[in-house]
Write a protein that binds this ligand. Structure first.
Ligand SMILES: N[C@@H]1[C@@H](O)[C@H](O)[C@@H](COP(=O)(O)O)O[C@@H]1O
Length: 239
């Protein structure tokens, strides 16, 4: 695991954007695993700017997102579909049939998780996976206790996660209590992983991700066993 310490949120975002940019321009074909949440917001901004500035052709880029809330249609303002459209897809020229997220409004969630896992496999797997981390050490929406063997699945969100994500909704009651997420096995299959961590509220989760014994009670600790993880963390997250 390579740890790159940076001064603040913007330095983290800029470095992450540069790493993703380099991968895009140096690949003949690239499957990017994308994350949502507050952490990667500025990275998407910088990345879109770099790609547009240099008029980079993106016809070789495919994206698969980590997760989506259950019960929110694609056009729901708080869905991750909308997040990705607003923050990234609408600003860059990735072909629209190259971008994928789980469908949280699918009639059969069971069929949807199978479809999504197969889709990732058919794309040839993820080359570079962007990740954030939850305060309780979750990655994607894989809450403490999730099996390390998990593939894409439906999860019940913990109270901590529901409360943490309530800031994106008008009231905490509106936050969905379930989500579809790539599993820990799915995430570990990525060729490279880039984990972004910013702010003192993530300090404990980060410290544990690096130092605690690998355990399903702390999902992010599984990253200790991946062969190519780069962590970009800012001073506040490391103090
Ligand atoms: N499902 C997302 C994760 O993909 C994200 O990494 C994490 C941290 O979110 P934030 O970056 O907003 O702190 O929690 C959310 O619930």
């Amino acid at each position: 695991m390579e740890l790159r310490r940076v001064e603040d949120y913007d330095a983290m975002s800029m470095l992450a954007a540069r790493i993703v940019f380099e991968r895009i321009v140096n690949s003949e074909r690239l499957v990017l695993g994308l994350a949502t949440g507050s952490t990667p917001e500025a990275m998407y901004d910088h990345l879109a700017e770099m790609l547009n500035r240099d008029k980079i052709d993106l016809s070789h880029v495919y994206t698969v997102n980590l997760d989506e809330y259950v019960g929110l249609a694609d056009d729901h303002p708080q869905s991750y579909h909308q997040y990705m459209d607003n923050l990234f897809f609408s600003k860059v020229d990735i072909p629209s049939d190259h971008t994928f997220l789980p469908n949280g409004a699918a009639e059969s969630l069971e069929a949807e998780v199978e479809r999504y896992e197969l889709l990732i496999e058919e794309l040839g797997g993820v080359d570079l996976q962007i990740l954030g981390i939850g305060r309780n050490g979750h990655i994607g929406f894989n809450e403490p206790g999730t099996s390390f063997d998990s593939r894409t699945h439906v999860v019940n969100l913990t109270e901590t996660t529901v409360n943490d994500n309530a800031r994106f909704f008008d009231t905490v009651e509106e936050v969905p209590k379930q989500a579809i997420t790539m599993g820990l096995h799915t995430i570990m299959n990525a060729e490279s992983i880039l984990l972004l961590v910013s702010g003192d509220e993530k300090e404990e989760a980060l410290e544990c991700m690096i130092d605690c014994e690998v355990s399903e009670e702390l999902p992010a600790t599984i990253l200790q066993t991946h062969h190519d993880v780069t962590v970009i963390a800012d001073d506040e997250a490391l103090e």
